[in-house]
Design a protein around this ligand. Structure first.
Ligand code: 6PG
Length: 232
């Protein structure tokens, strides 16, 4: 089930996403002693990441993962790790969250994906390992993480992380697969702007491999959009 939440503008969307993540962190830490959050890549989440240090008061036992990563050096401006390092992690967080970058993707993507899967299986309970929140974006074509339309990886039912060649540059990527993402306790997808309105409508229009974001709905999925991205 995908629930649509429409807010007025990107600032309201960032505040709501930050609030959802904060609540999930507090609940997970209270119930299980730790919180595991997979972060979205791209540019849209930047405002949310800048807000999080103001909203989350205690980062102890918080583990930050990456739903996907581009196969570039972690300090490359195109990497999702650099996005988070340049927003959320610019603040002096004490105690700091445990950040789990996808290491080595710029060298051997398949090996990096396998290593990330081992790290997830070691750190998280459950099979598949269960994130508390998978925070995701959506592309204009309906992709999410680095799961692109009609990619055979959408049929993957065993591996949790794989190397892919996507249609959005940088093309070489490592991504969590649907089994990993769908197992999350909570999925929050953020979309902003007129350019995402078609994909938002398509995501709500039923499951299709043409729209990978439409395949996320195993549990609770909240699609948070500003008015510009809302379906008419
Ligand atoms: C990535 C993302 C990707 C992103 C969407 C939206 O690494 O590119 O994981 O799935 O969330 O493409 O990107 P924007 O927020 O830049 O529109």
């Amino acid at each position: 089930m995908i629930g649509l939440t429409v807010v007025d503008d990107p600032d309201a969307a960032a505040h709501l996403c930050a609030s959802r993540i904060t609540t999930a962190i507090e609940q997970a830490r209270a119930e299980r002693g730790a919180a595991h959050i997979a972060l979205a890549g791209g540019r849209t989440p930047s405002a949310t990441y800048r807000l999080l240090p103001e909203v989350v008061e205690d980062w102890s036992d918080v583990h930050l993962w990456f739903g996907d990563e581009r196969c570039v050096p972690l300090d490359d401006a195109d990497s999702n790790h650099a996005l988070v390092a340049g927003t959320l992690l610019t603040h002096k967080l004490d105690p700091a969250p445990h950040v789990h970058p996808v290491t080595g993707a710029d060298g051997d993507p398949a090996a990096a994906a396998a290593a990330y899967e081992r790290e997830l299986r070691h750190a998280l309970p459950g099979d598949p390992p269960q994130l508390d929140v998978a925070f995701l974006g959506i592309g204009e074509d309906g992709h999410t993480a680095s799961l692109f339309p009609d990619d055979p990886v959408l049929e993957e039912r065993t591996r949790l992380c794989v190397a892919v060649h996507g249609t959005k540059p940088p093309f070489a990527r490592v991504t969590m697969t649907l089994p990993m993402l769908r197992a999350a306790r909570q999925i929050v997808v953020l979309a902003e702007g007129f350019g995402k309105a078609w994909a938002v409508g398509a995501m709500l229009g039923g499951e299709s491999t043409r729209i990978p974001a439409s395949l996320l709905a195993a549990g609770e999925v909240e699609l948070i959009v500003d008015r510009a991205a809302a379906p008419t």
